[in-house]
Write a protein that binds this ligand. Structure first.
Ligand code: C2E
Ligand code: MG
Ligand code: MG
Length: 702
């Protein structure tokens, strides 16, 4: 056996003085002890066979020491590493003498188990030639740990990369798949190939700074390019480590594209109307606030708010159903968009109300132009299934003003102006001016007064005669509501009826009216024989008609007044059929069972469905005065009146013409064989005293 090569070292210098041989022996013994007790394997070999191995090395591979001595070292190299080992041997034989490190799989004595080893070898001169000495460390456990980490990284859902000098040296599967590549395709690729152009400048800057050794933001959002050209939004967390004087960037990449999409979706939902897809009130107010802030800083208010309310939307919704209503709203939304410039905002404010923010305008005229454009566009007929409907819109415009302190103020004024437009007749636009505040205030005041008027007994009934056209005799009256306002005098229904309907006051008011009218007729019948054959027509608001207590009220009124049921005629309008035709039909049957008369009022102005006439138990149809008024000048209207009268006769319904104002109209209607009439030509609505007078001196109209 060879001795260990000798080195200068402390042991030797520290050793006791001795003869050269002794000293050498002692030194060798010490080394041997040292070598035999260290945990790493140590070997010495020459000519390809082990000459010395320590216990640790032998044990590492499951051998006894003596079994390994003389063994060809290639026997313990695992087959997969044989080639590499041969190469190393050739190098050594070619004279390379450098100490070097490598990792290798060695075979355990059992011939299967692998020992992964880190080996360091060097070549020494023995005088008689060269020998190889080496140390062997079993790093199987470390390798296992590393393998686990690698598996973890490789199977991670999160992208992991490592790059050097801007090129990827490692990417895991998740990272490659996220961008539509195979891992191998990305190795060597530059990060510049993967960043979307809009984020490239940032990426370059981070790269430069990292190379200079600066700290850069560790986590950032970036848009990367998928192989198919789409954007992948990602959160990147990266850090730098230095290895052999070079900067290595390592990081993780998480795909948040879907998360972003959902965020966008949520934001969209929160700011848009689900039906029409247009901005909702929230987004509108946000944009309006921006416009106001901008105007304040620029010093030139250059925007306006338009408030739109569809005229007659309720009728479509009620008569054709909600699906048709929805379709109408969608179509209108579509048209509204075409009326605006790209930077304007149109939003659904709710129900059938829309708001428009027009910006960058030079003056009010521009806002009015937009309003006119909208009105023109919306006035074109809209097809809904088999129906063609017309939808007009009332528009209120509030121009910008530095006085506005908040969005709600300008919106309120646009809304007030819109009400004004509606009151003026539909399908128009009105620009807000401050006098309208007074109108809004007045409206509020009217509401308060209206609530008190019933208790204060300020309402009264007037009665308008109804006439048999053929004979010219009185057949009854229509009870018409009046309000004796303490300040404004006698008010017709037009002044307060819309408000009464809106506030629900119409219900108690309607019951009061029915009772008052019936009691009046009952009184007249007691004193005037003529009145026994007369009828009393009472207008029934839609809310009353649908009211659960309608029948109870009718019953009570008939009982209290003692009036014969056939004397009470309820005037209803077609809109009662809109909401729920089935329920309305049933209601009519129930009323019919009481024996009261059922009259259709204002026929021709609403939906004018002729099918209603045959389907429901009605007695009389009142032709709206809009047709009677100009039937002699307007052949179309004359034709309508003629058709209605004819049809009603076929169906067994009586007809009454409203608004007869002159003898020619009367004669024409007589010729058409219209049964009854009402109008200023005979008499306007009369106070009770005038009715008494009329009953005392009955008239015959020619
Ligand atoms: P209506 O039921 O169609 O009543 C007829 C309206 O036409 C009355 O208006 C009457 O004064 C008016 N009129 C009658 N003859 C002529 C004429 O020759 N020329 C013109 N230009 N007008 C004529 P008034 O009293 O202002 O009532 C308006 C509407 O208010 C009524 O229309 C009715 O819908 C409603 N109304 C009136 N009283 C009541 C009520 O007690 N309850 C309900 N729910 N509605 C009522
Ligand atoms: Mg009426
Ligand atoms: Mg009428």
């Amino acid at each position: 056996m060879r001795t260990f090569p000798e080195h200068d070292n402390d042991e030797q210098q520290a050793g006791p003085p001795a003869g050269a041989d002794d000293a050498l022996r002692i030194s060798e013994a010490r080394y041997r002890t040292l070598v035999e007790h260290i945990q790493d394997g140590v070997f010495l070999m020459s000519g390809g066979a082990y000459e010395y191995v320590n216990d640790a090395f032998a044990a590492m591979l499951g051998y006894r020491r003596d079994e390994m001595l003389g063994m060809d070292y290639m026997r313990i190299v695992a087959p997969e590493d044989v080639a590499a080992q041969e190469e190393r041997r050739r190098r050594r034989q070619a004279g390379f003498r450098d100490t070097h490190d490598f990792e290798i799989n060695l075979l355990h004595k059992d011939g299967r188990t692998r020992v992964h080893a880190a080996v360091r070898v060097g070549v020494i001169d023995t005088g008689a030639g060269t020998a190889t000495i080496g140390t062997v460390r079993n790093i199987t456990a470390e390798q296992e740990t590393e393998r686990r980490y690698r598996t973890l990284v490789e199977h991670s859902q999160v992208g992991v990369f490592m790059s050097r000098r801007g090129s990827y040296v490692y990417v895991n599967h998740a990272m490659a798949a996220m961008l539509g590549y195979d891992e191998s395709e990305l190795i060597g690729a530059s990060y510049r190939q993967l960043y979307a152009p809009e984020d490239l400048a940032d990426a370059d800057e981070r790269f430069e700074r990292r190379q200079r050794g600066e700290d850069v933001p560790q986590t950032y959002e970036a848009r990367l390019l998928h192989r198919d050209g789409t954007r992948v939004i990602a959160t990147v967390s990266a850090g730098r480590v230095e290895q052999d004087g070079e900067v290595i960037t390592m990081g993780t990449v998480r795909d948040i594209t879907e998360q972003k999409r959902i965020e966008r979706q949520l934001r969209h939902n929160a700011t848009h109307d689900p039906l029409t897809g247009m901005p909702n009130r929230t987004l509108f107010v946000e944009r309006l606030r921006k416009a106001m802030t901008y105007a304040a800083s620029a010093g030139t208010p250059s925007y306006a708010v338009l408030f739109l309310d569809l005229d007659g939307f309720k009728i479509v919704n009620d008569s054709l159903g909600h699906a048709a209503g929805d379709q109408l709203l969608m179509e209108i939304a579509q048209r509204l968009r075409t009326c605006l410039r790209p930077w304007d905002t149109v939003a659904r404010h709710g129900g059938d109300e829309f708001t428009v923010l027009v910006e960058q305008i030079n003056g009010l005229e521009d806002a009015e132009d937009v309003a006119r454009r909208i009105q023109r566009e919306l006035s074109l007929p809209i097809r809904l299934g088999d129906h063609e409907v017309f939808s007009n819109v009332s528009i209120g415009i509030a121009p910008a003003s530095p006085d506005y302190r908040g969005t709600e103020e300008i919106l309120r004024d646009a809304d007030t102006a819109m009400y004004r437009a509606k009151a003026r007749g539909k399908a128009g636009h009105v620009v807000f001016d401050s006098s309208m505040h007074d109108i809004a205030r007045a409206r509020l005041q009217l509401e308060t007064e209206l609530r008190q008027a019933l208790e204060r007994n300020e309402f009264l009934a007037h009665f308008q005669p109804l006439v048999d056209l053929r004979r010219g005799t009185l057949t009854g009256f229509e009870a018409l509501l009046r309000w004796r306002h303490p300040v404004r005098g006698l008010l017709p229904p037009a002044e307060f009826m819309p408000l009464a309907e809106e506030t629900g006051l119409i219900i108690p008011l309607g019951w009061w009216m029915m009772e008052t009218a019936c009691l009046a007729l009952a009184r007249w019948q007691e004193t005037r024989p003529l009145a026994r054959h007369l009828g009393m027509s009472v207008n029934i608001a839609d809310g009353q008609f649908a009211h659960p207590e309608l029948l109870a009220h009718v019953a009570r009124v008939l009982r209290n007044s003692g009036l014969d049921a056939s004397c009470l005629h309820l005037e209803i309008t077609e809109t009662v059929f809109m909401e729920n035709p089935g329920a309305a039909g049933q209601r009519l049957e129930e009323l019919r069972a009481f024996g009261v008369g059922l009259h259709m009022d204002d026929f021709g102005t609403g939906y004018s469905s002729l099918s209603h006439l045959s389907r429901y138990p009605l007695d009389t149809l009142k032709i709206d005065r809009a047709f009677v008024h100009d039937m002699l000048q307007n052949p179309a209207h004359l034709a309508i009146v003629k058709t209605i009268v004819q049809l009603c006769r076929d169906l067994g319904l009586k007809t009454v013409a409203e608004g007869i104002e002159n003898g020619e109209q009367l004669r024409a209607l007589r010729k058409l064989k219209c049964d009854g009439g009402q109008g200023l030509y005979f008499s306007g609505p009369l106070a009770e005293a005038d009715v008494e007078e009329l009953l005392q001196n009955p008239r015959r109209w020619k």
